[in-house]
Design a binder for this molecule. Structure first.
Ligand code: PGA
Ligand code: ZN
Length: 427
């Protein structure tokens, strides 16, 4: 039984306020929930409640969400069975009463939801990944998708494309993916340093270089892979997060870095061209979240070879994912807990994706915390892929490191399929 709930304001990796909730049990055990926060958010995401008082943390404080936890939500949840995650999540959603959790705040509801999951695992004396799903828990250690260059909303628009990431698709173990990433990362840094192109560090820890155009970034990534001694495409591939909704205005895609803008058809041609000339294995949000026809066209054209991920397109929302599956808009779904706002709905979104033969990619946000819940979520559900940002900074590394710990706990039961996960695209 849940006997107490506490909540207070903590700070995320950008130093912005966020919610931490603590659920207490009658045996004295406690579970904790730390809520992340995005910057390039999708328009259909559940609402992150902020106080919008300009005099307090520039409007970003979350005291109202915390008050909602300590009043209405506590009254509802105290006394409930901590092992009934779904029942608790559904009750909170019903109490909120809105489609997008805008009355009580998705950050308030998710804080409790995460803390309940943590408390339930502790009460059962199990690691989180072994207690998170109702059915048999998973054992698949995810293939990492790791950011090399950060841009867009995460680096003051120094580049328009948000993420240039790498996937060690040729690696035969999780440890090897990290070693490959380490080598490419440091080879890349040496190149940028030598050319005087290092301008800083983006929000997710990736390089924030001063390139003159996107073509130069593609060349740089390929060069870094080769300088580290790997074969582009075969051993290490490129993954892109275009975050195209942020580029789309007045029916056109704007790329100021290239001093160009594109119609949907022209942007489609550009994306296809990039995928043909560079070893692109995965591409996220290639089009705006309303430009459905282009999504369908790209999926039909290259969906058997390239992972096409909907992030802002689906916002981890079951109804939007269902529609996307019916209309063949993509072949993969980015999974972010705080886009939808509860643990149960997030697991449902992963299951729906998998049932359709699509690939889920469990993801962090650009504003992260020192928590590693998503590593457990990825393994528990056999999601197969994890996207956490770069290979630096502890709010990122804690997720990569936690997968090492989980694999050790699983021992001989731990599985890794790596790049073979993309075989699913062919069927
Ligand atoms: P966000 O970025 O957390 O700022 O939304 C991550 C992403 O777009 O995948
Ligand atoms: Zn994205």
């Amino acid at each position: 039984k849940i006997t107490s709930i506490d909540a207070y304001q903590i700070f995320d990796s950008r130093g912005q306020p966020t919610v931490e909730a603590v659920v207490g049990l009658e045996n004295g055990m406690e579970g904790i929930g730390l809520v992340p926060s995005g910057a390039s958010t999708g328009q259909f995401e559940a609402l992150e409640l902020r106080d919008n008082n300009a005099k307090c943390f520039a409007g970003k404080s979350v005291y109202q969400a915390i008050t909602n936890i300590k009043t209405e939500l506590s009254t509802l949840v105290i006394g409930m069975d901590v092992h009934q995650q779904r029942q608790i999540d559904e009750a909170m959603i019903a109490l909120d009463g809105t489609q997008n959790k805008s009355r009580l705040g998705a950050n308030a509801i998710l804080g409790i939801s995460l803390a309940v999951a943590d408390a339930s695992a502790k009460a059962n004396h199990k690691p989180l990944f072994a207690n998170l799903v109702d059915d048999d828990f998973g054992s698949l250690i995810p293939l990492p998708e790791i950011q090399l260059v950060g841009g867009g909303a995460h680096a003051h628009w120094r580049t328009d494309i948000q993420d240039f990431l790498i996937i060690a698709n040729g690696a035969s173990s999780y440890e090897q993916t990290l070693e490959v990433t380490y080598n490419v990362y440091h080879a890349g840094e040496a190149i940028l340093r030598e050319r005087g192109l290092l301008a800083g560090c983006a929000d997710e820890g990736g390089f924030w270089p001063s390139f003159d155009n996107h073509e130069a970034i593609f060349s740089f990534v390929v060069e870094a892979i080769e300088a580290a001694g790997y074969v582009p495409g075969k051993e290490v591939s490129i993954s892109l997060d275009i975050a195209a909704s942020d580029l789309y205005r007045d029916g056109r895609y704007h790329l100021p870095l290239d001093k160009k803008d594109y119609s949907s058809e022209q942007f489609y041609a550009l994306i296809l061209d990039w995928c043909q000339r560079y070893p692109v294995l995965s591409i996220e949000d290639p089009f705006a979240d309303t430009d459905f026809e282009m999504w369908q066209k790209l999926t039909l054209e290259i969906g058997d070879k390239v992972q096409i991920i909907g992030d802002d397109l689906f916002t981890t929302n079951l109804k939007l994912i269902e529609k996307g599956i019916a209309q063949k808009m993509a072949n993969s779904v980015l999974i972010k807990l705080n886009q939808i706002g509860s643990v149960s709905e997030t697991i449902d979104a992963i299951r729906l994706t998998q049932k359709a033969g699509w690939l889920p990619v469990v993801s962090a946000r650009s504003g992260e915390t020192e928590d590693a819940f998503i590593s457990h979520l990825a393994v528990a559900t056999n999601a197969g892929q994890l996207k956490v940002g770069s290979f630096t900074r502890s709010e990122r590394m804690v997720k990569w490191n936690e997968c090492i710990r989980i694999a050790r706990k699983l021992g001989d039961d731990a599985r890794f399929v790596g790049g073979d996960i993309y075989q699913a695209l062919k069927s």
